[in-house]
Design a protein around this ligand. Structure first.
Ligand code: FES
Length: 155
């Protein structure tokens, strides 16, 4: 049995330590927002946070999450209020098919937690591991800038 702290709740899961965190999140705990894309840490669809840092859950063993806080797209909203990045995503109408988008949002939130005013180059560097086959990159960049602006103003 392995204890996982996910979105501020503790879960005991009966899996092998090398089971991927993605599998545990989706299959053992039952949260489907984190997506399986390539399974090789190349596309970013499976991005979640470990202690606030973006990681690829498809190649992260659940044992790496011991003693850490795991956050998924379902855990970003606080007290019924969406995260500013989620609000900006809606306002900029970012998603197309949507498959990559939870991973995109998780990477964007991690970026803004360490950089309050990212340049285009900072955004491109931080988001380069998140692939969008629908090509929503311009709207992603606009949403990140909108969220950054509001977060700096405390809105
Ligand atoms: Fe379709 Fe990104 S919105 S893959």
């Amino acid at each position: 049995m392995i204890d996982v702290s996910l979105n501020v709740k503790r879960h005991r899961v009966d899996v092998e330590p090398d089971t991927t965190l993605l599998w545990v999140i989706r299959e053992s705990i039952g949260l489907p927002g984190t997506k399986y894309g390539c399974g090789m840490a190349l596309c970013g669809a499976c991005t979640v946070h470990l202690d606030g840092a973006a990681v690829r859950s498809c190649v992260t063993p659940v044992s790496a999450a011991r003693g850490k806080r795991v956050t998924t797209i379902e855990g970003l909203a606080q007290g019924g209020k969406l995260h500013p990045v989620q609000d900006a995503w809606i306002e900029q109408d970012v998603p197309q098919c949507g498959y990559c988008q939870s991973g995109q949002v998780m990477s964007a939130v991690a970026l803004l937690s360490r950089q309050k005013d990212p340049t285009d180059a900072d955004i491109d560097a931080a988001m380069s591991g998140n692939i969008c086959r629908c090509g929503t990159y311009q709207r992603i960049r606009a949403a990140i800038k909108l969220a950054a602006d509001r977060m700096r103003k405390g809105a």
